[in-house]
Design a protein around this ligand. Structure first.
Ligand SMILES: Nc1nc2c(ncn2[C@@H]2O[C@H](COP(=O)(O)OP(=O)(O)OP(=O)(O)O)[C@@H](O)[C@H]2O)c(=O)[nH]1
Ligand SMILES: [Mg+2]
Length: 201
């Protein structure tokens, strides 16, 4: 499913607000998780073809709220989450954000798929592994997206995908190579949207 329209819906600052907001729509929801600065907002902008839809920034910790976007006029709701592991954040900020992220993942009844972003240049961190454990534990289907692929050569990408897959005990084919700069991997995400927005009966 190509995204032909994408609109900002609302921002949520605490998990208990989510229930009320989610009553406003009936469609499935997908979300984007990952370390702070990994490229979640950029991923959303690229996939929707709207350069400034989600606020991307060189400063880590830019997204501090749960932001909801309406895709293709009610076909899908896409959720941008704050990143985890932002080193410069205070302890109370960190615990507030993780409560917000986990609270959302755990409360959402419409969440059908999680895009778990990792930086293709680095071995997944302990926090990345914990996030995947969490998704397994809650039975949330997910896809690992290795982003910033434009920063590596073809040969380096091959090795990097193997490193990511091994660290996360996945197969190479389970990792989608993505770039917010070139748009590589966008079609694979669109194909996943098809299966999520219109599940076969
Ligand atoms: N070269 C390159 N840069 C990227 C890519 N994706 C993101 N970036 C850059 O990485 C930085 C962080 O991107 P964001 O999209 O704001 O990251 P985020 O995960 O939303 O960050 P938080 O909201 O702070 O958690 C920005 O400077 C982006 O331009 C990519 O695919 N390629
Ligand atoms: Mg962001």
């Amino acid at each position: 499913m190509k995204i032909v329209s994408a609109e900002f819906m609302t921002s949520i600052a605490s998990p208990d607000k989510y229930g009320e907001v989610s009553l406003r729509y009936d469609c499935p929801e997908v979300c984007v998780v990952g370390r702070s600065n990994v490229g979640k907002s950029t991923f959303i902008n690229r996939v929707t073809g709207r350069k400034k839809l989600a606020k991307a920034s060189v400063t880590p910790g830019r997204t501090r709220l749960v932001n909801l976007f309406n895709l293709n006029r009610g076909a899908l709701v896409l959720v941008d989450l704050p990143g985890y592991g932002y080193a410069a954040a205070s302890k109370s900020e960190k615990s507030g954000w993780s409560k917000l992220i986990e609270g959302y993942l755990h409360t959402s009844k419409k969440l059908k798929h999680v895009f778990a972003l990792v930086d293709i240049r680095h071995e997944p961190s302990v926090l990345d592994k914990q996030m995947l454990q969490y998704l397994y534990a809650y039975g949330l289907p997910f896809t690992v997206v290795a982003t910033k692929a434009d920063k590596l050569s073809k040969a380096q990408i091959g090795r990097a995908v193997q490193t990511v897959a091994t660290a996360l005990t996945l197969g190479r084919d389970d990792v989608v190579v993505f770039s917010g700069v070139t748009g590589e991997g966008k079609e694979k995400i669109e194909a996943l949207f098809d299966t999520i927005a219109a599940p076969s009966v």
